[in-house]
Design a binder for this molecule. Structure first.
Ligand code: ADP
Ligand code: ADP
Length: 223
């Protein structure tokens, strides 16, 4: 029931002024259904780690194993800013990943509608993204990330662009979604409070001169 197995994964970028170490070697194991938060100072490699797990970037070394055999798309990704197609309605945005996966239009609409309800956007399915608030757009982006049912959801500071009250609401929404779907979730955040509120396990990435990174695991009892 290991969902994600990361062993000695590191990442170096070649830039104009030389090489940049974006991620020192990390090893972590994540079980199916766990909710993990990752905190750490800016630039320590949190986004890089998520991008490597998602396949958006390729690791410079080490191995990443996802136990997701037979899944067309193992990972859903939610970015800091909600990325939606501006000319498409909310339902068309949410259904979009299904349009290319051989699902019928009727089935796609049903799946999308269920997700739109789950994230609290019922009634807005025909709206365009610009007609919604930032928090609502991010809810739609979460629904879209879930639409082709990936077992893993990766979120890179998903709520940092919304106001604090909205953020609290979205946190509770996310917990409900996690409880009802059983997804394995990795969430990067700048907020220690948010990390501890949401997760079973908080990973703290530290940056020290000369020895950039270690991961401390903080296990939390769920109230
Ligand atoms: P965090 O998410 O913890 O703020 P990042 O993973 O975004 O950190 O970045 C880690 C380090 O790698 C930073 O120093 C950043 O500038 C560098 N970095 C990230 N992406 C690239 C890239 N595409 N090219 C060069 N350097 C990068
Ligand atoms: P974060 O909000 O996680 O700290 P950043 O603002 O550091 O992220 O980076 C935003 C984007 O820019 C990321 O996709 C990252 O890969 C890229 N990036 C970061 N630093 C550099 C860099 N030095 N050169 C090129 N791309 C970078």
């Amino acid at each position: 029931e290991r969902m994600i197995d990361i062993a000695g994964v590191h990442k170096t970028f070649v830039a104009d002024h030389g090489t940049v170490t974006a991620l020192e070697p990390v090893s972590i194991t994540i079980k199916e259904g766990e909710f993990i938060s990752i905190v750490g100072p800016s630039g320590c490699g949190k986004s890089t780690l998520l991008r490597l797990i998602s396949g958006l970037d390729q690791a410079s070394g080490g191995s990443i194993k996802l136990d997701v055999s037979g899944r067309k798309r193992p990972v859903g990704f939610v970015f800091q800013e909600p990325v939606l197609l501006p000319w498409k309605t909310i339902i068309d945005n949410v259904r979009f990943p299904l349009d290319t996966s051989g699902v019928s239009r009727a089935q796609g609409d049903k799946t999308a509608l269920d997700l739109i309800k789950m994230v609290g956007l019922a009634g807005f399915e025909k709206a365009l993204p610009r007609q919604l608030s930032g928090g609502m757009r991010q809810r739609a982006a979460i629904a879209r990330a879930l639409s082709d049912d990936p077992p893993i959801l990766l979120m890179d500071e998903p709520f940092s662009a919304v106001d604090l009250l909205t953020r609290d609401n979205l946190n509770d929404e996310l917990l409900r979604i996690w409880q009802s779907t059983g997804k394995t979730i990795l969430l990067v955040t700048h907020s220690v409070e948010e990390a501890a509120y949401l997760a079973d396990r908080v990973m703290v990435m530290t940056a020290r001169p000369g020895k950039l990174k270690c991961i401390h695991n903080v296990e939390l009892p769920r109230p």
